[in-house]
Design a protein around this ligand. Structure first.
Ligand SMILES: Cc1ncc(COP(=O)(O)O)c(C=O)c1O
Length: 512
């Protein structure tokens, strides 16, 4: 056999193997999905969803043995950037690394002085969420300033932005689109424009969400990068319809981040991405922090992209010192491997179906639990003021009422969050424990009020000025911490799993 024939045979056998052993990882609506036995099989809250395509891609790329970020990585970066409508996407090895790289890029001395984030500068964020949205701010010596969360959406209360602002100190807003619910981008963008601040969107839990705002407002906010793409009429997510500009979250601010850890909208095992939304030079800075802090921007395996490898004089190094080993930042090495990107490329093809499944699964849970409002408060998409369904059994879509901003959100849900009402005969912890016993995966909203986490309690003791809490108390974040639980919406859930979840919760509630 030739090498090509041998590879083809290995890949054929790989598919055959994957077909035999990975039935439980198939999309929930795939007839080949492993059967589900209520109470015996587990209903995960999230996990890898894949078919033999991903396994073949991983094995194929491993056989090629490029290993470090290479052709698959380059292709994935282009495909992701195209999907988001951003200038560049850079692969990293996790969503946490993506946040670290994104934030670090804004500390570079290559930015004009008034835009550079220096130690002691302030960055506005939100109290309840995932810790590594906030950690890079502190790791780089800047000060996170906390807003409270709106428990109904899980997102920051943007009306508090002005109270958090300090002229000359505030440099950026960095926060996540919580659980696949876009934060109020209109308010955040207007605030950042007013004070010339960076906006970093942690989009790790929200790939595939879209946000809409009136075109006139988008123009006044200077969102030309999106309006231009919308004008082409060729982008799957970025469009203008009935006077509204619609675009994915992660494409509105300055930099955005993704996670590709298994529970997220697409996976490559470990992985993440930093997207440079509209200012191309930020790519070079982000890349430098990702790649050891180097000044050189050659991709792995290439030399002399700048055509003057031995023609630079930087720092106090002698003229002609090898550009490959010139360092302009205190960097890291946060790259993933090429086989990961190969897996990610297959996942990207499935993304539209994954997004649709997440929406459908959320809808099924919402309808199935709709009459339990006495016990639970359910999440609302940002800008929605109410949810209604023609009938819980009807297949017609549910509808939302919307606030007066004219803005809309379309959620690619990471999870189905419910909050146990005060006065209910059970707590969210009791519900979580019961669901666990019934083999139903559930999670609290990550770190809850992060300010109550041991790391922040210790930080306040060790370095009281390392964080700022201008609001004093955080009742919204506390409510999330004390009452919220989320179930999965991931595309691996089958209709039988969703029915079992609904029945189990209904039976639990009725047992009191
Ligand atoms: C909002 C948010 N940001 C960042 C991360 C970190 O991603 P990773 O686990 O890939 O480091 C997570 C993880 O779930 C997250 O939920």
């Amino acid at each position: 056999m030739t090498a090509t024939e041998l590879k083809a045979e290995i890949l054929r056998l790989t598919r055959e193997y994957s077909n035999l052993v990975h039935a439980g990882n198939r999309p929930g609506d795939d007839p080949a999905h492993a059967p589900f036995t209520p109470g015996v099989s587990t209903v995960p809250y999230a996990g890898r969803v894949f078919t033999p395509d991903e396994v073949e891609a991983a094995v194929g790329s491993t056989l090629d043995f490029w290993l470090t970020l290479g052709p698959e990585g380059e292709a994935f970066e282009k495909e992701l950037a195209g999907l988001l409508g951003v200038k560049h996407s850079l692969l990293v090895n996790s969503g946490s690394s993506a946040n670290l790289v994104a934030f670090s890029a804004l500390t570079t001395h290559k930015l004009p002085e008034h835009k550079r984030i220096l130690p002691g500068d302030e960055v506005i964020t939100v109290a309840a969420g995932f810790p590594t949205t906030v950690a890079p701010i502190i790791q780089q010596g800047a000060v996170p300033v906390f807003l409270d969360n709106d428990p109904a959406t899980g997102n920051a209360r943007m009306e508090q932005l002005e109270a958090a602002y300090v002229p000359g100190k505030t440099k950026a807003v960095m926060m996540a689109h919580t659980l696949g619910n876009p934060f109020d981008l209109g308010a955040a963008l207007a605030f950042c424009k007013k004070y010339d601040l960076w906006l970093i969107e942690d989009n790790c839990d929200a790939l595939g969400c879209t946000y809409s705002m009136p075109v006139e407002e988008a123009k006044s906010l200077g969102l030309d990068h999106l309006l231009k793409i919308a004008e082409t009429g060729a982008h799957p997510f970025i469009r203008v319809e009935e006077g509204l500009l619609t675009a994915p979250t992660g494409s509105w601010g300055d930099i955005s981040t993704q996670s590709f850890y298994p529970p997220h909208h697409l996976t490559m095992g470990e992985g993440g991405a930093v997207s440079i939304i509209r200012r191309p030079p930020l790519k070079t800075y982000a890349e430098s922090f990702r790649d050891w802090g180097r000044d050189c921007w050659c991709p792995s395996g290439k030399d002399n992209t700048c055509n003057k490898r031995f023609g630079w004089q930087l720092g106090e190094l002698p003229e002609g010192y090898d550009h490959k080993y010139i360092y302009s930042h205190l960097g890291y090495n946060l790259k993933p491997l090429d086989p990961q990107a190969a897996i990610g490329r297959q996942q990207l093809k499935k993304l539209p179906a994954f997004i649709e499944a997440r929406k459908q699964n959320w809808e099924t849970l919402r309808r199935g639990l709709a009459d339990l409002e006495e016990f639970f408060q359910f999440s609302l998409p940002t800008h929605a003021t109410g949810w209604s369904s023609p009938s819980t059994l009807n297949s017609q879509p549910s509808t939302y009422s919307w606030d007066s901003t004219g803005h809309r959100t379309d959620c690619s849900w990471f999870g189905f969050m419910l909050r146990v009402r005060p006065g209910s005969p059970f707590t969210h912890t009791a519900l979580g424990r019961h669901l666990d016993e019934q083999k139903i995966g559930n999670r609290m909203l990550f770190g809850g009020n992060l300010l109550k986490q041991p790391v922040f309690v210790q930080l306040k003791k060790d370095r009281p000025n390392a964080i700022r809490t201008p609001l004093g108390s955080y009742p919204g974040a506390d409510e999330i911490m004390n009452t919220a639980l989320f179930l999965g919406t991931y595309p691996g859930l089958t209709p039988a799993m969703l029915d079992y979840e609904i029945e189990t919760i209904r039976a639990f509630v009725k047992s009191f």
